[in-house]
Design a protein around this ligand. Sequence first.
Ligand code: KG4
Ligand code: ZN
Length: 336
Amino acid sequence: MKILGIESSCDETAAAVVENGKAVLSNVVASQIDEHKLYGGVVPEIASRRHCENIHTVVTNALCEADCSLEDIDAIAVTYAPGLIGALLVGVSFAKGLAMDTGLPLIPVHHISGHIAANYISNPSLKPPYLALVVSGGHSHIIEVLDYTKYRILGRTRDDAAGECFDKVARTIGYPYPGGKSIDEASLRGDPNAYPLPHPHVAGSEYDFSFSGLKTAVINLVHNASQKGEQLSFDDLCASFQKTISEILISKTIKAASNLKYKTIAVSGGVSANSGIRSLLSDECKKHGFEFFCPELKYCGDNGAMIASQGYFDFLAGKRADESLNAAATMSITEN
Ligand code: KG4
Ligand code: ZN
């Protein structure tokens, strides 16, 4: 079964054709990063306009690269929540028009379940149940993946998402948006023990995260040094920050997997591209006897293939939408 997946929840216009949830026939991503970089973050109005301009070409190219026409496609999957509302509406409206025109089934896909499905593409042997750590620009969740379409949220961030924290620290240092990758690169040159940073305590839930204290600690360090005219090593600071955020994310994930007796941990989302997080989580999984999975780098950030993949599992579970489908800026993965 071939599914066309469409993704436009933030600053990537993306489309892909995926067969039976795992075989990627094409994966086209038109990134708007260079334009949003000028403003230090995503400008929602610009994102919507660029999606409008690009979506037809991106979908056409995805079909073309898969050597398909619409007649070869069995269903259309589209991200409908959560994300920037104006951005989501472009993908949803386009997918609805296409579904109405062709008579193909329309499958509404939750963005976070799409990130989780990225692992089915890169690791076809992965099967639920397992524990997922989803870390992106907008989300940080520890999720029990009970089945391909059934989830339970164990922990989430109380304030900033992990990616947001990377991006804000990067901005303080003077790196361009989005800063996660620059911090990752600088970390490779720095000493992770140079600057001790706080591991925040989160009252009330042992699996929830809080990153605002860590972010503020880094910002204060940079500002205090600049007021005193002291020189900080940004490489050391990045390495120390990356080590700390990795430890926070991974210690809670390992604790959750141990307590709930999961045997498998899978990380995904844009921040799962981080080399420190990938290697520490892989090491910790080895140490604790868990099987570890992560997506190939090209499926970590937003893409259409992950939406087409999850669309396949949602289709098998009977999920469908009609022409009344709307987008939602916020929606829990368990409500979808
Ligand atoms: O999943 P994604 O593409 O979009 C959302 O759903 O939010 O994630 C984007 C986030 C950004 O915050 C970006 O800085 C972060 O992923 N990111 C990274 C790395 N590559 C991208 N963070 C840390 N290390 C990286 N190598
Ligand atoms: Zn995302």
